[in-house]
Write a protein that binds this ligand. Structure first.
Ligand SMILES: [Zn+2]
Length: 430
């Protein structure tokens, strides 16, 4: 173990001690710091990975993690692109920047990071088709470090495909991420804090990350809405964790959300004078080139996090979904207009405050969805406001009013229903 590694393990242990102290201080101390303390405790309790090495011999390639303690691991392979996924309990990766970039044996490269609350993931790009062999944990006697190794064996395409089909994890994962809702008729609002985990989003010149600013704002909005007692509210992420764009859409759709509000903050470093909020609704055709470029930037979130989503929501495939989407977009635009009128008195809006563009997260065919760019991290003025409690209270208040109006104005509180087949077929029947 190098001195750097020893330091890391000591730091990890002292962080654990700190949290234990906080827990010992009783429920008051915890309540004050709320979710942040809980997230910190989970993170401090995570195993620390201080090494990741790849070796190969006799057609077998081995990825070995050096960990501070044993953890559970599960691995499976996926096709197109050919890769292996290693799911782990949460790991605090303390690895060099170059880790995972060197090709060795059956492994072309690998990426890692927090994947979902309490879960970390390593995605291995395979140099050729391979299946998972032994997964082993041994303790290294000289320093007590835990070595977790995952073996990869060469396999032909057919064997690889069979293994990939056998190990599709999506249903279990979806179940884990979407707890069943009780029968509660109140409208469900899904608040989506942009970015997170390995994807910081835009970065201010002060070093502040978009992911943190929008998360703080999203939490305030959730609290505001919950206080009314009129809504059920869920977040697509409840801490600093990476959530793929398609997953955000899926969470809203599977929970049968009545409204999806995505929170972001833009940055244009070349134009620090540009200020103000913009509300976006989804459309295949962007209002202007600027909006198209922004959507493109935001849509790169999955790549920025070092994980690509393999099953995006895609384009609307059939006529029924197309009809539902059109109806839903009318609702989205209606909400955006209401939101604009509630926000204009309490915050600076951009010159064209309602625009359309092809954001990935705005592609639910059946959930009215908007994306709010709260302001620009590149503007010192906006940045100060984004971090001000008073401003945040005003803006979340305006949003809550717009949401009240949206649901109050609708004849029923049900979400748009998917178009019925007969209705869809009627216009083209002879
Ligand atoms: Zn963003």
């Amino acid at each position: 173990m190098t001195p750097r590694h020893a330091r890391l393990i000591r730091r990890c242990l002292s962080a654990t001690g700190l949290i234990a102290g906080l827990l010992a201080a009783g429920p008051q101390a915890l309540a004050q710091d709320g979710d942040r303390a809980k997230a910190a405790a989970a993170h401090a309790a995570a195993a620390v990975a201080i090494g990741a090495e790849v070796s190969s011999a006799n057609g077998v390639t081995k990825l070995t993690l050096t960990l501070s303690r044993p953890i559970e691991a599960r691995a499976f392979v996926m096709e197109r692109p050919d890769r292996a996924v290693i799911d782990l309990a949460e790991v605090n990766f303390q690895l060099g920047a170059e880790t995972g970039r060197k090709r060795e044996g059956l492994i072309a490269s690998f990426r890692y990071g927090l994947f979902a609350p309490g879960r970390s993931r390593i995605v291995v790009d395979l140099a050729q088709t391979a299946t998972i062999g032994r997964i082993e944990t041994v303790t290294r006697p000289r320093d007590g470090a835990v070595l977790l190794s995952i073996e990869f064996q060469r396999a032909d395409r057919e064997a690889f495909r069979r293994a990939a089909v056998a190990s599709d994890p999506s249903p279990a994962l979806r179940k884990a991420l979407v707890p069943p809702e009780a029968t509660d008729a109140r409208p469900l609002i899904v608040v989506d804090a942009g970015h997170g985990g390995t994807d910081p989003g835009a970065i201010a010149s002060t070093g502040a990350f978009e992911k943190d600013i929008v998360f703080g704002f999203a939490q305030s909005l959730v609290t505001r809405l919950e206080e009314t007692g009129r809504y059920r509210v869920r977040m697509t992420r409840d801490r600093d964790v990476f959530v793929p764009l398609a997953e955000r859409v899926r969470i809203a759709r599977e929970a049968k959300a009545d409204l999806f509000v995505s929170i972001h903050a833009d940055s244009i470093s070349a134009a620090p004078q540009v200020r103000g909020a913009t509300i976006y609704t989804g459309s295949e055709k962007a209002t202007d080139a600027e909006s198209a470029k922004l959507a493109e930037r935001e849509n790169r979130a999955d790549a920025a996090a070092g994980t690509e989503s393999n099953e995006g929501p895609g384009h609307v495939a059939d006529i029924l979904q197309e009809l539902t989407l059109r109806e839903t977009r009318t609702f989205s635009s209606g909400f955006a207009k209401g939101l604009m009128s509630q926000l204009s008195p309490v915050m600076t809006m951009s010159p064209k405050p309602h625009r359309e563009a092809g954001f990935m997260v705005l592609r639910s065919p059946d959930v009215p969805s908007v994306l709010v760019e709260l302001g620009y991290l590149s503007s010192q003025h906006d940045l100060d406001l984004l971090q001000s409690e008073t401003w945040r209270a005003d803006v979340t208040g305006g949003m809550a009013k717009a949401i009240d109006a949206f649901f109050g104005n609708r004849t029923s509180l049900t979400r748009p229903q998917p178009a019925r087949r007969s209705a869809a077929i009627a216009p083209v029947s002879p």
